[in-house]
Ligand binder design. Sequence first.
Ligand code: SF4
Length: 221
Amino acid sequence: MSRESLSKRVERAGKIVDGLDRLYPDAECALLHGNAHQLLFATILSAQSTDQTVNRVSPTLFKRYRTISDFADAELDELETLVRQTGFFRQKSKNIRGSARKIMDEYGGEVPDQMESLIALPGVARKTANVVLGTWFGKSEGITVDTHVGRLAHRWKLTWRSKDSKDAAKIERDLMEVIQREDWTRFGHSAIWHGRRVCMARKPDCDNCALSPLCPSAHKV
Ligand code: SF4
């Protein structure tokens, strides 16, 4: 793919952000949570799963383990049983307990609000850290690139990677280059909503998409 000028991508990105704001003024993180550690652990559970599945297990999980200390002391067997439905439950359980222990040992039981500290926790990559930083701490350190945001970045040609690229870190860098920093968190939420409701992976509903006049892929997918 030839590389379009940066200014054109920036201009299109701004219009798409405005369009998403109009379409989804209330877009927010769909994972149930009431504090930073619940959001962190729910986001770890959401990998290779869906928010609905995670939201089915979260109420019981958060009732059983109320504090980070409770998670740090969890018996793996019991934790695994509670999160089994979300898939990859053994690794996720290890990561959740490992993160809780590290937060207890190194951060006095408080979820850190720095990117470097978050991505040093077991099972936490930039995507999870961005969710926690943006949604809970209100910090724009990056853009959450999940499967929906990655797909839409390609369709909107806001990334110049080959269309098969699923390298979230590179796509995130491209998006950060063309989207205003104050819009990063909101864009992440609203793009996910658009990807779920309208611009689905297999059958994007271009006929009913309010963003089609802006979209380089309208009626071409
Ligand atoms: S016009 Fe089609 S491809 Fe473009 S964002 Fe809308 S649904 Fe997706």
